[in-house]
Design a protein around this ligand. Structure first.
Ligand SMILES: [Zn+2]
Ligand SMILES: [Zn+2]
Length: 241
């Protein structure tokens, strides 16, 4: 398994159970009490903050120092770190950060050139931390797609009052969500992350003078960490031609 990360429950490693209705839960790591839908088979609950803080911090530092123009390469490097779990809300930051870093490293201008890479990554972090785990299944809007939408809106300076920038953000997330729906569930933060980054790469290169590089083919090396892997139905499964 990549990075030696535990599958599923961070406390005991057992499978997660997703309820269809939120219940009062207590984080096994920090003791926070809140409403939640996701516990493990043994009843452990880990809050979004505890699950993602290590991965989010790692990604911020990686993206600040990285000179890579290839967003898939940056994303994969983060996914290989032990702070990033097979699935989890840290991916809601990873996707957009990889896009911003690669776009900037390839000469792209953020908000007309008024924003540094570090400032853009900090803004992405603020926005992406608002998207909880399970948004895909519970909201109908995968966190990888929203992360790409956040990255584009930071790059093009979108706000709720903009015209074309606003439209472009909805366009990109709708393209991504369409591709995710074509494949179907169950959730996999690697599969959705790759799709979101590839679609955002194409979109920025076509419409925002991007020169983001991408690999000829994306092959997932994280299948063993996801019991619900779609295997041959997944476009990134290793045996796929
Ligand atoms: Zn557990
Ligand atoms: Zn916690």
């Amino acid at each position: 398994m990549a990075g030696g990360a535990l599958p599923n429950c961070l406390i005991c490693g057992s499978d997660l159970v997703y309820a269809t209705k939120a219940e009062p839960v207590t984080c096994a790591l920090c003791g926070k009490e809140e409403m939640g839908t996701t516990t493990c088979e043994q009843g452990h609950y880990v809050c979004n903050d505890c699950h993602r803080s290590g991965g989010v911090d790692f990604m911020h530092k990686l993206c600040v120092r990285s000179r890579s123009k290839n967003a898939i390469e940056i994303l994969t490097e983060a996914m290989n770190d032990k702070s990033v779990y097979p699935n989890g809300p840290e991916h809601h930051t990873l996707v957009g950060a990889a896009i911003i870093a690669a776009y900037y490293n390839a000469g792209g201008k953020i908000n007309g050139g008024s924003m540094t890479k570090g400032a853009a990554l900090s803004e992405l972090k603020v926005r992406s931390l608002q998207v909880p785990g399970g948004a895909c299944g519970f909201w109908g809007c995968c966190g990888a797609a929203t992360s790409a939408g956040q990255a584009l809106s930071i790059i093009n300076g979108s706000t709720p009052l903009k015209k074309q920038q606003w439209a472009d953000c909805q366009r990109l997330t709708s393209i991504i969500l369409g591709h995710l729906a074509d494949v179907g569930g169950p959730r996999c933060c690697k599969r959705t992350g790759f799709t979101a980054v590839l679609d955002a790469t194409d979109f920025l290169n076509e419409h925002y003078k991007g020169h983001i590089e991408k690999p000829e083919k994306v092959t997932c090396t994280f299948c063993a960490g996801n019991k619900q892997c779609l295997r041959n139905e997944c476009p990134y499964f290793p045996t796929k031609d």
